[in-house]
Design a protein around this ligand. Sequence first.
Ligand code: AMP
Ligand code: ZN
Ligand code: FE
Ligand code: FE
Length: 291
Amino acid sequence: MRIDLHTHSTASDGTDTPAELVRNAAAAGLDVIALTDHDTTRGYAEAIAALPGLDRDLTLVTGAELSCRLDGVGLHMLAYLFDPEEPELARERELVRDDRVPRAQGMVTKLQELGVPVTWEQVARIAGDGSIGRPHVAEALVELGVVDSVSDAFVPEWLADGGRAYVGKHELDPFEAIRLVKAAGGVTVFAHPLAVKRGQVVPESAIAELAAAGLDGIEVDHTDHDAPTRDRLRALARDLGLLATGSSDYHGSRKTVRLGEWTTDPEIYGEITRRATGAFPVPGAGGTTCP
Ligand code: AMP
Ligand code: ZN
Ligand code: FE
Ligand code: FE
């Protein structure tokens, strides 16, 4: 069984529509994918509607990747199988999502002040109706020939955390995120906790504190972790009693990673589904719920 628990669609900053995403996941031979758009559940309906049309059985795990910040360090919290209607968590997602618009406008203004001929119309066109983020602004910089690729825009000169054109956004306290997701029946997994290429990361002591506060797992196998980092995280998960997951963090053509490039052990996936009470995995065409 091949399980990929972290993917993005056009509901945030991926380039596949939710329907294309599930079709591509089936074509990639996956059995389970989680849809984890940034701070939004908006892609669920379209992804679920596309499942019966697939030529193979694909189970969809509903989720989101919540933007958090701890002691000035940005971090991402994956949340799985929470009740999307639960009002307190829904309100927090909305606060983050809504703040992304003036924040992206602020980054456009900063870029203009730096002499880049980017416009809000251009960035808004790229984002479409997705939860707007830095990759959309980065793509505008690619279109303008300012940088060669989206990841080349994540540097101090441009959009990296604290970079010249960076603007912060409303983010959750990760302890609060864990509490809210749990209250909504969901399960939390700290996404790419030691992805140093994305900027500053939290110390291991913070991971221990989050574990003590009810964090369920950490994402160990991820493209942005090298082999020693993955080993270190696996040992940390063992010591702290955390579930160790693996996933692609697929963003379509906006990143080079392929669907299913990293996967989660079926036993770990089973434990996630057992802990969750807010929603159930949505079985695909064959009607088999995995596991
Ligand atoms: P935002 O939530 O708007 O601050 O943007 C964060 C998004 O930017 C994440 O989804 C990442 O996928 C992407 N991102 C962060 N760092 C990098 C990087 N170094 N290269 C490419 N994409 C990045
Ligand atoms: Zn993203
Ligand atoms: Fe992330
Ligand atoms: Fe992600």
